[in-house]
Design a protein around this ligand. Sequence first.
Ligand SMILES: Nc1nc2c(ncn2[C@@H]2O[C@H](COP(=O)(O)OP(=O)(O)OP(=O)(O)O)[C@@H](O)[C@H]2O)c(=O)[nH]1
Ligand SMILES: [Mg+2]
Length: 467
Amino acid sequence: MHRSASGSSEQPAGLTAPGPGVAAGETIAAISTPAGEGAIALIRISGEGAIAVADRVYRGKGTPSEFPSHTQRLGEIVESDRMIDQVMLTVHRMPGSYTGEDLVEISCHGGILVTARVLEACLRAGARAARPGEFSERAFLNGKMDLTQAEAVMDLIRAQSDLALRSANEQLEGRLGAEVREIRAQLVEMLAHVEAAIDFPEEDIAPDEGRKLQARLDSVREKMSALLATAEQGRILREGIRAVIYGPTNAGKSSLLNRLLRYDRAIVSERPGTTRDTIEEVINLRGIPIRLLDTAGLRDSVDELEREGMARTEKSLETADLLLHVLDRNAAKPARFQENSTDQIALVLLNKSDLPEHPDWQNHDALRISCLEENGLRGVEDAIFEKISQHHLRPESALAINARHRDCLRHALEFCGLARDTMNNGLAPEYVAVDLRAALRAVGEITGEENAEEILDSLFAQFCIGK
Ligand SMILES: Nc1nc2c(ncn2[C@@H]2O[C@H](COP(=O)(O)OP(=O)(O)OP(=O)(O)O)[C@@H](O)[C@H]2O)c(=O)[nH]1
Ligand SMILES: [Mg+2]
């Protein structure tokens, strides 16, 4: 499963990463820790020549090519006999490494210049700069993990909540891959039956056999549907819930944002029309990332800037998962206030409960809060959590597929549906086989067992460099 080579491993190292489509045999290097200052940073080298590169840049007791695998040694990185930094160097010999190749890890001091110089030394010694995700890509190409596990590495890095982390960990352990492979195995088995009928046409698919096949097909479709149902949870764990705070000017929307964030992010003032642009911040609500959007208050205004702000508010409402409708309990019910005006899930919050209640709100069923006196805010968090759980989450499972898996599964389901129709219509088994094969391909794309070449570049490009 090697991609087309556009360079040879004999070529001298360049300091910039060549484009995609480079042979996996080359030795690559990258700084795996984030750019910036830190106590330590990690530089990784992977590939056939990784240990030879280490031999050239390392000075200490012995040489890396003599070090036993998985042991760490203190030494120096040198260039033209000048020391760049004192480091710890670890050799991981193939195949027992993350990438499945010889892999060297250098822990150096975390200065921006130091790390750049250590990497540069490795590049001059024969490595080339790695593309984003290239270490994980190699791990996949060398059979260390399937695509769902490689994607889980990225999810793990980006996880912003406990639930997202748990989900990424389960995927990394291979739970999703295992479920997908089971579906695949069942499809393969069915295909074998159908193909037997093609090979021995005189035996045809007996009516009895046909019913069994349909039942099995239905059970596989159910499994796929169950996995598909986790897509919404996956989107939320990866991107967060979009909760839009909206309502009339001066109701206390920005005050609510600040309270939920627990710091003064947005400007609050008694002047109506304070917030103009939408402000977005993420909170972690009991393990669920929530993107809170504070918006420009709604009122009739002639001010052009304010009207632009309100247009943005309307726009953000379109993509909201949850609406937090904030109203001033002390003021009359605004003319444009409508209950259950949209299909979206909404919470009505009557703010300023420290002030007397306007008669319009009497017997009105809504949460009463005071951002000023910090009353009822815990109740807001409870209510948000409850709404999200009801509509978006399946707490019993941390399994959560991503958009790519969802698309593959949808295709597979479609083809299984076609296969079923074909069977029902009594068409020749050849036709059923065509549909089943297409379903099989779509399922195989999830783990990378099928069509990996086409998926790889776009998938790993989303990774960070050094991972
Ligand atoms: N008494 C009282 N005043 C509050 C409360 N919450 C906010 N306020 C005040 O109401 C005014 C408006 O608050 P903001 O948070 O700026 O209101 P907003 O909805 O963001 O207003 P715009 O950005 O103009 O749409 C400020 O003077 C706040 O101090 C509350 O619970 N009680
Ligand atoms: Mg505001």
